[in-house]
Structures are given as C-alpha cells and as structure tokens.
Design a protein around this ligand. Structure first.
Ligand SMILES: *Cc1c(COP(=O)(O)O)cnc(C)c1O
Length: 401
C-alpha cells in the first residue's frame, strides 16, 4: 500500500492498454471509431458560442431519435441512471403515488428512486421474462389511482420488449397518470415513438443502442410533464438533477448550472449523427435483422431463447443456459479465449440465462457470427449438448436472406 507521504513509482502503473474486447453484453456496446475520434477533439468552454451551437444540434438530433417534438429534450450529465433519476426525481413529488412494474431489475430501480423522491410505490405484477399485460395495468391504475406510471420498454435484465405501449399510455392517461418510460435499451435500437405513443417522459443511456461511451444520457419530457415539474411545491431533492434549474442551461438562457461534460456531448453528437445518417427506421430494421441472425444461430445450435417471439428484444437476447452448464464459467471463458463480453443473468433469472447484446455498432454481421461461433465452441468444450456448426449455418442463412 502506498500512503500519502510516499513517492509513487509511476513506472509500475503502466500506460493504459485495455484489452481489445468485443462488447456483446448488456452495455456498453462497441463504440464507432467516428465517436472515439470526436472524443479526441479539443475542448471548448461549455458556454462558448460554438458549444451552444453544438447543444442545439444535439437536442435536434435527440428529438429525431426519440421521434418527438418535445422542446424539453436534453442529455443529462451522467449515465442512464442519472437521466432516470432526473425523470423520476422531478416528476414524482412527495406524497405522489407511482405505479411500477415487477417484471425485471429496472422496475425495481424505478421503485427505489420513487421512494427517495418521497413517493409511495405501488406495483403491477408480471413474472421476470414476461411483459406487462395491459389488462393488469388497467386494473392497477383503477385500484391505486397513481399520479405516475413507469414501465420499462426494453428490459435489459430479461430480454423482454414491452409490446402494446400505446395501450398502456392510453390507460394511464384515462386515469390522469403521467407515463415515464425507461428506453435505455430501446432508443436507437428498436422501434420507439415517443409522440405517437403518447409517452410523457422517456429517458435513455448512450452506451447501449447508441454505441457511445457512458456520460451524457438522453431525456425528453412533454409540455404536460414539464408543467408538473415547474409547478412543484417542493424543490426536487437533488440539486444537480433539478430540471427547473437545468432549464436555465438547456433552455433559451444558456446560463451556468454545472459544467457540461463537453467530451461526452461531442461523443453523443457524433453517435446521433450516425443514427440520422443511417435513418432511424433503417436502424431499427438493422437491429432486427442482425439480432434475428444471432437468435437463429442460438436456436440453430440447440439453445432456447428465454422470451417468446412476440416480445423478443433484438437489442438484448436472453438465451437459456443449457443443463449442467455454469453460466459464470462460460462468460469467463469467452472473455479469456475470445476477448468477448456477454453477461449472465441477474435477479430471478440468475444462473438461468446469458444476456447477449446486439446494440448499435455491435449489431454487425462480423460480431454476430463471432458470438455464435465463440459461444458454440465454449459450450461444446464444456460438454453441453449443442451443435455449433448448425448454429453458424443458421446465422449465415439468416444473414443471406
Ligand atoms: C443500463 C440500464 C439502465 C441504467 O443505465 P446506467 O447507464 O447503467 O446508469 C437503466 N435501465 C435499463 C433498462 C438499462 O438497461
């Protein structure tokens, strides 16, 4: 141990050379070289006229990606959880009731944040690995009359895509509840239409389907949601994430609140430019096609998907761990042998699934063939009943379609 009074021998702390991983886990995903390049450009001040222009561009690109006209669309300084806390901590006032789902890890996080905001939490149940049923949401809305309803559009812990979003938001609005959507693993990866689907507040993260390093996280609020935020009786409990204060910086005024993470904003701008160049709908289609080939490979080698096809989430594929196999050992072996990151399950699905991301720049034929080949190899070497060759051919056929 080195203490404060000792000299440090910096030759022992080598220049940074992280391993060259292929990132196919639940995030971060592989970053596009153009985004990395944007991050090596010189800083300007966060109030520099040139940066104000960049802020405008990022906001415009975010609106495009979220499919919204919401004026209140910004990157929050911090990771996806910061945007999540900005949403929940501002919209939920002390004494409010928030309805949250129980079908995954991130619904649980919503509940923790709502409680810290002074809210009461009520739940709508569905098992881990299944989406919410609109009828159950309607029943819960009628029973509890919540002020806010939160749901997870793409549940990264279970590989489930919530269908029927418009039905859920219509039911919530019938009960005068505002809707907060977790779109961390859906923005820029699977179909998401904030305005058409009447979502009041959506937050996301940059390091999933946008393939950008974590650090500046998308958030959008409708005028109705923002009215509630700006007419709060009590200030939000977080100063840093208080949207009424952030409005001074991201609104027309452009006044100092905190120093924007300039480099992360550059990165997000370039990542969003890539989205706009590709076209948002084309991007959704690419994820579906590439992840479809990944899924075909898994099923082709004899593995089973955890989520049924109707609510399969292309950006995060939950694959059942075959009998007699230790998921942790498989993940460690993939990292060791192939420099490949995939994740194991958590919560109710601990030990039961692999979580294989197919996000943004990672959603490429080369990555998909690689993950199918590598997983087949590792599983076979551990004695699992799989046919890796059949997996690779199924992937190849799907890619040729
Ligand atoms: C990753 C993730 C988050 C949290 O984002 P961080 O960037 O890790 O803070 C929230 N919700 C979902 C669905 C996620 O996948």
């Amino acid at each position: 141990m080195t203490g404060a009074d000792d000299k440090i021998d910096v030759s022992e702390i080598e220049e940074l050379t992280p391993p060259d991983r292929t990132l196919m886990g639940p995030g971060p995903s592989d970053v596009h070289p153009r985004v990395l390049r944007a991050m090596t450009t010189p800083l300007v001040g966060h109030l520099d006229p040139s940066f104000v222009e960049i802020m405008n561009e990022v906001q415009e690109l975010l609106r495009y990606t979220f499919r919204t006209d919401n004026q209140w669309t910004i990157p929050v300084s911090g990771t996806g959880s910061a945007a999540m806390e900005a949403a929940i901590g501002n919209v939920v006032e002390p004494g409010d009731t928030m309805l949250v789902p129980t079908n995954g890890y991130f619904g649980g996080r919503m509940a923790s944040m709502a409680r810290r905001a002074g809210g009461d939490v009520v739940e709508v149940d569905a098992p881990w690995g299944e989406p919410l049923e609109p009828a159950n949401v309607s029943d819960a809305l009628a029973e509890y009359d919540p002020d806010v309803f939160g749901f997870v559009h793409a549940e990264t812990s279970t590989g489930v895509l919530q269908p029927n979003v418009s039905e859920l938001t219509a039911a919530a609005h019938d009960h005068d509840a505002l809707v907060i959507a977790d779109t961390v693993t859906s923005l820029g990866g699977v179909e998401l239409r904030v305005d058409d689907w009447d979502i009041d507040v959506a937050y996301s993260g940059p390091q999933k389907c946008l393939s950008c390093p974590p650090g500046a996280s998308p958030l959008t609020l409708s005028e109705t949601a923002m009215e509630k935020v700006l007419s709060r009786e009590e200030d939000s409990r977080s100063w840093y994430l208080d949207l009424s204060l952030l409005e001074g910086y991201w609104g027309d005024e452009r006044a100092y609140h905190h120093t924007a993470p300039v480099t992360n904003v550059y990165a997000l701008r370039e990542a969003l430019r890539l989205v706009a160049e590709e076209g948002i709908e084309q991007r959704w289609a690419r994820h579906e096609r590439l992840a479809g080939a990944l899924k075909a490979g898994m099923e082709g080698m004899g593995l089973e998907m955890n989520a049924s096809d109707e609510y399969w989430l292309p950006s995060l594929n939950a694959v059942r761990v075959p009998d007699g196999i230790d998921d942790g050992e498989v993940c460690a072996e993939l990292l060791e042998r192939y420099d490949l990151e995939v994740a194991s399950g958590l919560g109710d699905l601990d030990g039961e699934i692999f979580r294989i991301g197919c996000m943004g720049h990672s959603a490429r034929p080369k990555n998909v063939v690689y993950v199918v080949t590598a997983l087949g190899d590792v599983l076979e070497s551990m004695g699992a009943d799989v046919d890796p060759g059949a997996g690779v051919s199924a992937t190849r056929s799907a890619l040729e379609e």
